[in-house]
Design a protein. Structure first.
Length: 166
């Protein structure tokens, strides 16, 4: 006696297995997208940390030490690891950080007279963070590319003596 093809359940099991695989694929795709967002946010935070570290090291390089003549321009980032102007081992950075967004070296921002005054990322990606920056980074607000986030040392002008008028 032949089996009735309309009462067979073999195709139903196969169809359910395919549906489960499709649903799992959709769920994993959603998880993958949120994971990418989390990783991008982490790299962005690391970019802010490393950029500030480098900017602060450049500020320390430019600050005259006792017995030192006028600050010399920073021409090479390697000098932040070991100051060639000093007989002792003066370090302004522990190590040269790479750009966490691209994994490559930073783009140096230079001034013809002052040498290297800052760094920037070479990434053209749009940042997730658009607002609520610390005061020293408030000019980052509204920037549309990571390369627009420039970590530049700007010396503060000396305070004017009180009571002096022009």
């Amino acid at each position: 006696m032949a089996a009735n093809p309309l009462k067979s359940s073999d195709g139903f099991t196969y169809l359910m297995a395919l549906v489960i695989v499709v649903i799992m694929g959709i769920m994993l795709g959603g998880i993958g997208q949120s994971w990418q967002r989390v990783m991008k946010r982490e790299r962005e935070e690391e970019l802010l940390f490393r950029g500030n570290q480098i900017r602060d090291a450049i500020a320390r390089w430019n600050k005259p030490r006792p017995g030192q003549h006028v600050a010399t321009p920073l021409r090479d980032m390697q000098h932040l690891l070991s100051d060639p102007r000093s007989l002792s081992n003066v370090r302004y950075l522990r190590r040269l950080y790479t750009d966490p967004v691209t994994g490559k070296e930073w783009v140096p921002i230079t001034d013809p007279v002052k040498g290297i005054i800052g760094v920037a990322s070479s990434s053209e990606e749009e940042p997730l963070k658009q607002a609520n920056f610390p005061d020293e980074l408030n000019d980052f607000e509204g920037k549309t590319k990571y390369s627009d986030w420039q970590f530049v040392y700007r010396p503060q002008p000396p305070p004017r003596p009180s009571g002096v008028t022009k």
